[in-house]
Design a protein around this ligand. Structure first.
Ligand code: DGY
Length: 320
């Protein structure tokens, strides 16, 4: 058997790439932007392995045309960009990278939460732009995190890591999930509530659900009507969990106080999008897992999955 052809759709950590070079013929898409669908289709011909990112749309058409493909390994925990049913039907194994990014993503969620609630981006701009003339008792007043009521939607791995941090801050914790997570209730004094109750009671809400048909635009006009005008919305999950137009309207009309978004719909958000112009919306470019060590772990984990699949072994981290 010859060395398998492997397509890698962006430059990843060198040590991870080296491991692939040792095992197969690597085709590396070495561009800053993702390949187009046509480019992907062309490059994937004859490939047995694909290491992709969340920016690659691995749809039915692509999978059907890649007749030799045996493994798809995404360097992400999310896998909504992969057509799992077609993979199943064609015997293509699929792996992802859960766990290694949990703490890094939770750290970043806290950073975003604190930045928005304590108005740090505005404060930096204020100082840098020469507006700082004196100490002012009323300057840039924000919302405390300690003593705040914080709501977590989605109590999976990342939700739980955020819950631990919220508890350490001395905030009160509510959560909403399809199932109860008793250990979080016990350890962090968290209260499980229905979604509308959570939205109605919290000062800060943080989203930690995967993007599925059920969670698509789960925060839209009716939910913004339920939230307090002083509340803050944080999203480090997937952009399409929030209805972008409804969010724009809610921020403009003061239905909520502010939003911190690491993910958007569409993504990236076009440069001229009105959300960028709002004083109460803070957007970062999907970097919640962007710790250097974490990204290296993700790359190596994606390689572990890919190589196991190519060797006919069970993937260490298969997509459920
Ligand atoms: C993921 O892995 O799904 C994140 O969104 C990026 O790290």
């Amino acid at each position: 058997m010859g060395r398998p052809k492997i397509l890698v759709t962006r430059r990843i950590t060198e040590s991870a790439l080296d491991r692939l070079h040792e095992e197969g013929q690597v085709i590396l898409w070495d561009d800053q932007l993702p390949p187009s669908h046509d480019q992907l289709t062309g490059m994937l011909e004859d490939c047995e392995g694909l290491l992709c990112l969340l920016t690659d749309n691995i749809d039915r058409e692509l999978l059907v045309s890649a007749s030799k493909l045996r493994v798809v390994s995404t360097m992400s925990v999310g896998f909504e960009h992969i057509d799992l049913e077609t993979c199943r039907n064609h015997g293509i194994k699929v792996g992802h990278t859960p766990g290694v990014l949990t703490e890094t993503t939770a750290d970043f969620t806290m950073a975003l939460m604190l930045s928005v609630s304590r108005r740090i981006p505005e404060a930096i701009h204020f100082a840098q732009s020469g507006q700082w003339k004196t100490w002012d008792p009323g300057l840039l007043l924000g919302q405390d995190l300690h003593n705040a009521v914080v709501g977590i939607i989605g109590m999976g791995r990342i939700g739980q890591a955020v819950a631990r941090r919220i508890f350490a801050f001395g905030s009160q914790l509510l959560y909403h999930d399809l199932s109860r997570v008793k250990v979080i209730e016990k350890e962090f004094n968290a209260e499980a509530v229905e979604l509308d109750i959570l939205l109605n009671r919290v000062d800060i809400v943080s989203l930690h659900v995967p993007l599925t048909e059920r969670t698509y635009q789960m925060i839209s006009h009716p939910q913004f009507e339920t939230m307090k005008p002083s509340s803050i919305l944080i999203n480090t999950s997937r952009g399409a969990v929030i209805d972008t137009n409804a969010l724009l309207q809610a921020l403009r009309e003061g239905k909520i106080a502010a939003a911190g978004l690491d993910v958007t719909d569409p993504e990236p958000l076009p440069h001229n999008h009105p959300l960028y112009k709002l004083h109460n919306c803070f957007i970062t470019p999907h970097i919640a897992s962007a710790g250097a060590a974490t990204r290296a772990k993700m790359a190596n984990m994606a390689v572990d999955n890919l190589l196991a699949g190519l060797h006919g072994k069970p993937l260490p981290n298969p997509v459920a």
